[in-house]
Design a protein around this ligand. Structure first.
Ligand SMILES: *Cc1c(COP(=O)(O)O)cnc(C)c1O
Length: 363
């Protein structure tokens, strides 16, 4: 052992484990473990990536000027209040490092996204969770968990891995109940899948307040998880802080090109959204018919609960699905050990998944 000592918190981190993509001895894998989408990358993005391959000796535009302008026009928001990142994960990490440190608390809900505690600990801050109600963010519980040490509140809306969301009235009530010196981060990674009238991804709240930021990603709806591209929209005060602390070339020119093209790909988005809504509800309905509980999810995955300690437990289900070449996501790291999270794949993949699940439950 050397005498090197990382900052407090670092050694408490359990490294994030992504969904697996291979099973030994199985050739044909159906991967429904990482919410990556059924159709591959948006075709327009693939074309755009190919077009910039020959300028990869050049540094990218560190200001992501064209992409921010395009996002600004699409959402009718000020490009100066947008910061792009290597995935929205990067933005989440930058926010914690900028606004919280040792002695500070970072608050999120019980089954909130795992990057929140990781980012908090990496900054030496203390992650704190608030109870959920019916696997949904509970604004009152959240507000009761605030202390004078709270610096940041994260809400994924819809949340991963529960799939549930809170309406904009509840998000407004949360903001209103938080002190002004607390940063509210609305992580809207699945906003593109939402069609509910009472939902807002966060733009309205960011427009009205100085201490709220919304984050978005190209990894889910646009099928670009591999390119690493996300963005945040916040007050100029917040984006100024992010622009000072981010790496100068944090987004590659491949990602910038892919993002610009994907934003225009309305056809791909419409097709993906329609497919997702249909197969998500189909998956939930059929799982319920097998006697399994599901949340009603608004993202691109279903959360299915299995009986506790029984031959039909989630652990056995996971193993059985694997024996059929199907990889879903175990949820123990989220405190949902009885649940499996299943991403919505192609029609063929969902039929294969449900056939395997039906066989498992009938044994
Ligand atoms: C997938 C996901 C992200 C991260 O997305 P990247 O842009 O790929 O970093 C952030 N938040 C939630 C809730 C997610 O599910």
């Amino acid at each position: 052992m050397s005498l090197l000592t990382p900052r407090p918190g670092i050694m408490d981190i359990t490294p994030y484990k992504g969904g697996e993509s291979a099973i030994e001895g199985v050739d044909r894998i159906i991967k429904l473990a990482s919410n990556e989408g059924p159709f591959g990358p948006a075709p327009s993005a693939i074309e755009a990536i190919n077009k910039v391959s020959n300028i990869q000796h050049r540094y990218p535009d560190g200001g992501a000027t064209a992409l921010r302008k395009k996002i600004g026009a699409k959402f009718n928001i000020n490009p100066d209040q947008i910061v792009c990142g290597a995935g929205s994960d990067e933005i989440l990490g930058l926010l914690v490092r900028a606004y919280a440190g040792p002695g500070d608390e970072v608050l999120y809900s019980d089954h909130g996204f795992l990057m929140y505690p990781i980012a908090a600990k990496a900054a030496g801050a203390t992650p704190v969770t608030a109870m959920e109600t019916n696997l949904t963010t509970d604004v009152d519980a959240m507000l009761s968990a605030v202390t004078d040490k709270t610096k940041i509140v994260f809400v994924a809306n819809p949340n991963n891995p529960t799939g549930t969301y809170i309406p904009k009235s509840e998000m407004n009530r949360l903001r209103q109940g938080l002190r002004d010196d607390i940063l509210l981060v609305i992580d809207a990674a699945y906003a593109e899948f939402m069609t509910e009238d009472d939902y807002d991804a966060g733009i309205e709240l960011v427009n009205r307040t100085q201490n709220t930021i919304m984050t978005r990603t190209f990894s889910k709806m646009y099928g670009l998880g591999g390119i690493r591209l996300g963005w945040g929209y916040g007050s100029e005060e917040i984006t100024d802080v992010l622009n000072r602390s981010r790496n100068p070339f944090n987004v590659t020119s491949l990602a910038l090109a892919a993002g610009e093209a994907a934003l225009d790909d309305e056809l791909f988005v419409a097709k993906t959204r329609k497919h997702n809504t249909h197969w998500l509800r189909w998956t939930e309905e059929n799982a319920r018919k097998l006697g399994l509980e599901c949340t009603t999810s608004y993202a691109n995955f279903a959360l299915i609960r299995f009986p506790h300690q029984d031959k039909h437990s989630s652990r056995h289900a996971d193993a059985f699905l694997r024996s059929k070449g199907i990889i879903v996501r175990a949820m123990a790291s989220y405190g949902l050990g009885d649940c499996l999270r299943v991403s919505i794949g192609t029609e063929e993949e969902m039929l294969a998944f449900m056939e395997a699940l039906t066989e498992f439950m009938s044994n």
